[in-house]
Design a protein around this ligand. Structure first.
Ligand SMILES: O=C(CO)COP(=O)(O)O
Length: 271
């Protein structure tokens, strides 16, 4: 039987919605408004569970205006950033632009960036550093594909991505980092890694951070799970000791479903 962590989280739970390439800037505002209303009706305590959304770049200005205008306590961030500050990099977005738009976070190395855009570990390490340089907290995404999982080398594979991503970070940066474990075979497939799979990897990530940065620092970063998370499986995953939050794709496009995930505590098993 899993042990409830209700009321005893070591780190503030973090529930993030990655909208991917969905929602134009008009739809994005409607979605965010509905989410905010739903959470407000449910009297959600943002001090207890942090909420963030990752809309497409073109939505960010509208999101900022809504968040500021309505004094929402929902954080937001970009889905990617350039490793460079500015210059002749057509199509790229600088971390300083994200900071200026009030982005608290930025996704780095989502599996769709690693596979579709062939982003290498070196580039991703540069992106992590660029995010910190510009005052935006990176959410470093790591995780194995199906073949690696079937070969049983998923922990080694994922830790290698982690080590490469955090290479050269100062302890204060490592403490602020967010890491999202997203097994590629569980993304958008309906195939959820079991809570024990999420726990196994998050514990391994925490142990690796400890060996790199020491125990005090390693206790601070929040570790998320992502991959086919829905309201009906969120609580079980979050009950695991080393899982501090969730990175939600498809279900974050439905405000009622996402709000239910944010309110996972009402589904926790208490013993
Ligand atoms: O990739 C993900 C979040 O970044 C997970 O996506 P799904 O929740 O749609 O499986």
């Amino acid at each position: 039987m899993t042990t409830s962590t209700n009321g005893a989280f070591d780190r503030k739970p973090f529930i993030a919605g990655n909208w991917k390439m969905n929602m134009d800037h008009v739809q994005g505002i409607t979605l965010l408004q509905k989410l905010a209303w739903t959470l407000s009706d449910a009297k959600h305590d943002y001090n207890r569970v942090e909420v963030a959304v990752f809309p497409p770049f073109t939505d960010l200005r509208g999101v900022q205006t809504l968040v500021q205008g309505d004094d929402l306590h929902i954080a937001y961030g970009g889905q990617d950033l350039s490793p460079f500050d500015s210059g002749a990099y057509t199509g790229d977005i600088s971390g300083q632009f994200l900071n200026k738009l009030g982005c608290a976070y930025v996704l780095v190395g989502h599996s769709e960036r690693r596979t579709i855009h062939n982003e290498s570990d070196d580039v991703l390490n540069a992106k992590v550093k660029a995010a910190f340089k510009h005052g935006v907290t990176p959410v470093l995404c790591v995780g194995e594909g199906l073949e690696v999982r079937q070969a049983g080398t998923h922990v080694d594979h994922t830790l290698q991505q982690l080590r490469a991503g955090v290479a050269g970070l100062a302890n204060e940066q490592a403490a602020e980092l967010v890491v999202a474990y997203e097994p590629v075979w569980a993304i958008g497939t309906g195939e959820v890694a079991g809570p024990e799979d999420a726990q196994e990897m998050c514990a391994a990530i925490r142990a690796e951070l400890e060996s790199l940065f020491g125990a005090e620092t390693a206790g601070k970063p929040r570790l998320l799970y992502g991959g086919s998370v829905k309201a009906n499986n969120a609580a079980a995953i979050l009950q695991e000791r080393d899982v501090d939050g969730l990175l939600v794709g498809g279900a974050s496009l439905d405000p009622a479903e996402f709000a239910n995930i944010v309110r996972f505590e009402s589904h926790l098993v208490t013993d």
